[in-house]
Write a protein of this length. Structure first.
Length: 377
């Protein structure tokens, strides 16, 4: 099997904020048929004295937790001059349908599969998001977009107003559009009841990528501005909880781990039994020599970056002589695979980091919305 051939495209929107001028980049990748869904690359850069990890995260279309987990031990606000920073860009696509919108809650990331026009290739567009926190439950399952609003009004629920009153920060019954509106400039309502569940912008972009919202999906202002016109009313949406992702690609078993969460958005310990079952499903009929110490370390670190934890136990040339029936029955692997050799990536100065051409996903015609799905409960 070959690694998915990915075409990295980005568009940059200048935005003056308290942190300075930020160029945001939503990433777009071509989907290559039935090839394994692994794409992108990690980038290594060196910081300038004025950089923060928040600045870098927003420029590279990452959330706060994505950039901090990839750089343990680095002060997110004062990384210092010349500090080596890992910008995580390589990803395994979560399981689920390859249509509409897929949001993987532990990953704090949204994947959008726009309908290709005739003659166009299928692509996936991905954005960092914030998710519901603690008792502000973000429901799992399938739903769809039922309404879109520009410059939305916010009607704080009674529970939210009560919480603010208890901490001496009362909220009005209605918050009009403007800088004090936490919904930002755009909002898309999901068909989830009871309550109101939205994909929306924010007036607090620093929190994107964290579990901080009251059950909603929050995006960078520039991301929702680009995303909003491409999504039609009726677009299906899947909310999934997939902290462990596996892919078997080119003879290597890749493992990507994010801190798992429970139904309330709280981080929990990884389930090793569940991991073993996922591993079996990912391997299928292939036989791999797994380095269990690498796998254990990846589970505990949960850095959100794919790492090689196993190698194909049967060389490619030997497979040609193995009957199909025998190959279909995996045999237990003996011994551990040695750590694969890896070349240290070249460091780039922040000003020399690659910038790709601007491109947005195709806009959808709202006059012919997709068939509505049942609400997730």
């Amino acid at each position: 099997m070959e690694l998915l051939r990915a075409k990295y495209v980005a568009w940059a929107l200048g935005l003056c904020v308290a942190l300075g001028s930020v160029a945001a980049r939503a990433t777009v990748y071509e989907l290559d048929g039935d090839a394994p869904q692994v794409f992108g690359e990690d980038v290594h850069i060196r910081t300038h004295y004025s950089d923060t990890l928040v600045d870098i995260a927003r420029q590279y279309s990452l959330g706060y937790e994505e950039i901090t987990r990839a750089n343990p031990g680095v002060d997110p606000w004062l990384p210092g001059e010349g500090t080596e920073i890992v910008v995580p860009g390589r990803r395994i696509l979560p399981g689920g349908p390859r249509e509409g919108i897929l949001i993987n809650l532990p990953e704090h990331r949204l994947y959008y599969f726009p309908k290709p026009k005739k003659g166009e290739k299928r692509v996936v567009v991905t954005y960092p998001v914030s998710i519901g926190k603690m008792d502000w439950k973000t429901p799992l399952g399938e739903t769809h977009v039922v309404n879109k609003q520009k410059k939305p009004y916010w009607y704080p629920p009674a529970s939210v107003r009560k919480e603010h009153n208890e901490r001496g920060d009362p909220l009005p019954a209605v918050v009009p559009p403007g800088p004090d509106n936490p919904l930002g400039e755009f909002a898309m309502r999901l068909d989830i009841h009871p309550g109101t569940y939205l994909i929306h912008g924010t007036n607090n972009p620093l929190a994107v990528g964290m579990a901080v919202t009251h059950g909603c999906i929050r995006m960078y202002p520039e991301d929702i501005a680009a995303f909003f016109p491409t999504v039609a009313v009726g677009t299906k949406v899947w909310l999934v909880n997939e902290p462990v992702k596996l892919a078997y690609v080119g003879g290597e078993l890749l493992l990507e781990v994010h801190p798992p969460i429970d139904a309330e958005g709280t981080t929990i310990e990884p389930n090793l039994d569940e991991f073993s079952q996922m591993l079996d499903r990912a391997l299928g009929s292939n036989t791999a020599a797994i380095h269990w110490e690498f796998a254990r370390q990846a589970l505990l670190a949960a850095r959100g970056m794919p790492v090689t934890v196993g190698l194909d136990a049967v060389p490619p040339e030997a497979k040609e002589d193995v009957p199909a029936a025998a190959e279909a029955t995996p045999q237990p692997a003996s011994g551990d695979a040695g750590e694969p050799a890896a070349q240290a990536p070249a460091l780039q100065d922040r000003e020399q980091a690659p910038h790709a051409a601007r491109q947005a996903p195709p806009a959808q015609d709202e006059s012919t919305p997709a068939a509505p799905a049942q609400a997730a409960r």
